[in-house]
Design a protein around this ligand. Structure first.
Ligand code: KIV
Length: 267
């Protein structure tokens, strides 16, 4: 039987059945296609694009044009996985009208099925408007990298009692505003568990313990491709940067030593 396209309904069903949801990032056709063939349920075109693909120091410089371009190539590679596109910094913070226009642009032009945006109370009106326009919204609480200058660093969020309480309230409000899922980034495992148990919609954790309804990692981190820094929460399943450099060096040496191409590779 042909596997079915994953939708927001599939994810709700998975939460109800206690089946863990898997999400990884992709920024291009090939990576999306490999993830899709491996059976991933959700592909996130994260604005981590800025760090791992575009070479910026943080996610702030990423533009709507960047996201439309990369989301389009990912949707061409994702046959069954649901594709969620991140809204970049300053594409939704100005007003709910700006938010719905840009969410619509991303969905129409790239073919993603849903968008993700960061924040709590301050984005509720935007979420309501986007959902009303028929666009599913994934929320993002805890460490929200677009607010790095406000936080002053990439530390764990919600350790203090007051911040933890505010996060629980924010999560409930995001759900009430119509979000279909919430990413919890770098929050204490106990807090993530409490939020997860208090919501009907699924939570997807990154550095948020084992009790979230699903997990997400940045693909370039988990493959060991991005060597600039290694977040504590990111398990490395391979050391691909090392393997790739080994291959490049072998090719360079073989060309220099006139060992490649041999007759097998010639006409
Ligand atoms: O941009 C991104 O990749 C993300 C994930 C880390 C959740 O937001």
């Amino acid at each position: 039987m042909k596997p079915k396209k994953i939708t927001v309904n599939t994810l709700m069903e998975m939460k109800k059945n206690g089946e863990k949801i898997t999400m990884l990032t992709a920024y291009d056709y090939l990576m999306a296609s490999l993830l899709d063939q491996s059976g991933i349920e959700v592909i996130l075109v994260g604005d981590s694009l800025g760090n791992v693909v575009l070479g910026y120091e943080n996610t702030l410089p990423v533009t709507m044009d960047d996201m439309v371009h990369h989301c389009s190539s990912v949707t061409r590679g994702a046959k069954n996985a649901m594709v969620v596109g991140d809204m970049p910094f300053m594409s939704y913070q100005v007003s709910p009208e700006q938010a719905v226009e840009n969410a619509g642009w991303l969905l129409k032009e790239s073919g993603v099925q849903a968008i993700k945006l960061e924040g709590g109370d301050e984005v509720l009106e935007s979420i309501k408007k986007i959902v009303k326009a028929g666009i599913p919204v994934m929320g993002h609480l805890g460490l929200t990298p677009q607010s790095i200058n406000k936080f002053g660093g990439y530390g764990v969020r919600g350790e203090a009692e007051e911040e933890a309480k505010a996060m629980i309230t924010d999560a409930k409000r995001l759900e009430a505003a119509g979000a279909f899922s919430i990413v919890l980034e770098k929050v204490p495992a106990g807090l993530a568990k409490e939020i997860t148990q208090n919501l009907a919609i699924p939570t997807i954790g990154i550095g948020a313990g084992a009790d979230c309804d699903g997990q997400v990692l940045v693909t370039h981190d988990m493959l060991g491709m991005f060597e600039k820094f290694k977040p504590k929460f990111s398990k490395r399943y391979a050391e691909m940067a090392k393997d790739m450099k080994k291959c490049y060096k072998q090719y360079i040496n073989e060309v220099k030593d006139k060992k490649f191409p041999t007759e097998d590779y010639s006409f």
